[in-house]
Write a protein that binds this ligand. Structure first.
Ligand SMILES: NC(=O)C1=CN([C@@H]2O[C@H](COP(=O)(O)OP(=O)(O)OC[C@H]3O[C@@H](n4cnc5c(N)ncnc54)[C@H](O)[C@@H]3O)[C@@H](O)[C@H]2O)C=CC1
Ligand SMILES: O=C(O)[C@H]1O[C@H](OP(=O)(O)OP(=O)(O)OC[C@H]2O[C@@H](n3ccc(=O)[nH]c3=O)[C@H](O)[C@@H]2O)[C@H](O)[C@@H](O)[C@@H]1O
Length: 437
């Protein structure tokens, strides 16, 4: 099948590579000429384990192409997928500017039987609106066929999540179009759920909001555990073994970040308000998350009697989660800002996100090339992202390098045995009893 994709971000690129991998002829289009140039040289613009290998293979087989030309890319395509960004607007609602422009770019070249698939995360009713935009801008012989096909991949495991998805949602009011999209995905052998356009749009927002709420719920419980002397790791394990609850997304810590949960929860909350419904539960999810992001700084302030001036603080990890260099809405941004405001000298280390971190955190912190360089002479270490390199730390070796052996673990990721093997340490996890030796 010939497929065109507008947008080569995480979603467009992973989808393009996956569809080429299962035998389709795919052309990815992006307005960013630099990205397209890089991609044509088989260089991935994003850090995503396993992606580059598949990129090289599918470029070499000629099943995957990249262009900046909407006309060339869309020409002859049976299916065109829109996977452009839908960032957060100023009022919290989704900003649909890129999607509306992409719809216009596409409409000018749309051929009569082509099916338009919207993969971007969009508020309920957007697919209908995009249909209207395309109808107003395409040639008369085209009757526009729209399918909503939200994406559920996670950054860091995008290829696996795409090739081994748990379900594929296909929303359409055009049965033939839904069947065609189902056929495109058939080689993946993944169960497809066919719904209306509006239900498909809602499934995506409801899923992200539910997962974000699960994280805020366990973070609320973690804070209570600290107050009453319980251990949130045991609580989460005990809860998660009940299949009705499930063990996933019960990892307490410094809250959710990334390009999706924060903006999607806000967008759903905003959309509900516009429909006269107050989803107060989501307001609480957001509130807990905001507080959680600065938890480690508050704990450090508490530990140092309200003063961080002149203290050397090492931040280990900057990306919003491991296996990605993405800094969008990373908790580290707010933490760095607050530490700087309190006069701390901050030195940060991340194995892959430093380049992107410099763009958003700037010179509020200095950047180390290794963990040991970051912690050298530090008064305290804040663990921000649970990279393997950080989880597997030689804790005794680390503590030896520090001025004061104080660790605040925002991801509860250090090995407790290694901590207990230290002679002199203060270890403060989230929602678990501190270890002071
Ligand atoms: N990042 C993620 O993990 C996931 C994202 N999503 C959703 O998928 C959508 C895309 O997200 P990302 O891939 O992260 O976006 P992104 O913002 O990283 O990339 C979007 C790309 O679209 C390109 N673009 C913009 N206008 C264009 C046009 N008119 N024609 C062609 N290309 C154009 C941009 O240059 C950019 O390269 C969003 O709605 C997001 O909420 C859904 C699931 C996972
Ligand atoms: O719509 C999207 O863009 C995507 O958003 C998330 O994927 P992603 O943002 O890549 O990352 P997650 O692995 O879900 O983590 C999100 C944040 O939650 C945090 N998290 C996750 C799980 C957990 O138990 N605790 C926790 O604090 C992570 O540290 C991270 O900051 C969803 O998991 C995907 O299904 C969805 O497609």
């Amino acid at each position: 099948m010939k497929v065109a994709i507008l947008g080569t971000g995480y979603v467009g690129l992973s989808t393009g590579v996956a569809l080429a991998e299962i035998g389709h002829d795919v052309c990815c289009i992006d307005v960013d000429g630099e990205k397209i140039k890089q991609l044509n040289q088989a260089v991935s613009p994003i850090y995503e384990p396993g992606l580059e290998e598949l990129l090289i293979r599918n470029l070499a087989s000629d099943r995957l192409k990249f262009t900046t030309s909407h006309r060339d890319g869309v020409s002859g395509a049976e299916i065109v997928i829109l996977a452009v960004g839908t960032p957060q607007g100023e009022d919290g609602a989704a900003d649909l500017t890129f999607l509306e422009q992409a719809a216009k770019d596409l409409a000018a070249h749309l051929e009569p039987n082509t099916i338009v698939v919207i993969k971007s995360t969009v508020p309920v009713g957007t697919n209908d609106e995009v249909k209207r935009i395309i109808e107003a801008n395409c040639s008369e012989e085209v009757s526009v066929r729209i399918v909503s096909n939200p994406e559920f991949l996670r950054q860091g495991s995008a290829m696996k999540d795409t090739l081994e998805a748990e379900r594929i949602i296909i929303g359409s009011d055009d049965q033939g179009a839904a069947e065609k999209v189902k056929e495109m995905y058939r080689p993946l052998h993944v169960p497809c759920i066919v719904t209306t356009l509006r239900s498909a749009e809602m499934i995506k927002y409801a899923s992200n909001a539910f997962l974000a709420t699960k994280i805020s719920f366990i973070n609320g419980i973690a804070n209570l555990c600290e107050a009453v002397g319980a251990d949130v790791n045991d609580v989460a394990r005990g809860m998660g073994m009940d299949k009705r609850i499930g063990e996933a997304f019960l990892q307490a810590g410094i809250g959710y970040g990334g390009s999706c949960f924060p903006k999607d929860v806000k967008a759903l909350y905003h959309a509900a308000k516009q429909s006269g419904k107050d989803l107060g539960l989501l307001a609480e999810t957001m509130k807990i998350n905001e507080e959680q992001r600065v938890l480690l700084v508050k704990k450090a302030l508490n530990r140092f009697n309200g003063k961080l001036t002149g203290k050397k603080i090492a931040m280990l990890g900057l990306a919003f989660k491991p296996e990605t260099d993405d800094m969008r809405e990373a908790p580290s941004i707010e933490m760095a800002k607050l530490l700087h405001e309190h006069g701390a000298e901050v030195i940060a280390y991340d194995p892959v996100a430093t380049k992107n971190a410099k763009k958003v955190i700037g010179d509020r912190v200095s950047y180390a090339c290794s963990i040991l360089e970051a912690v050298n002479g530090a008064d305290a270490v804040l663990i921000v992202t649970e990279w393997d390199e950080i989880k597997q730390l030689d804790v005794a070796g680390l503590v030896e390098k520090m001025k004061h052996p104080i660790i605040f673990d925002g991801r509860n990721c250090l090995d407790e045995e290694k901590i207990r093997a230290c002679q002199n340490i203060e270890y403060y996890p989230v929602g678990r009893p501190a270890i002071i030796l």
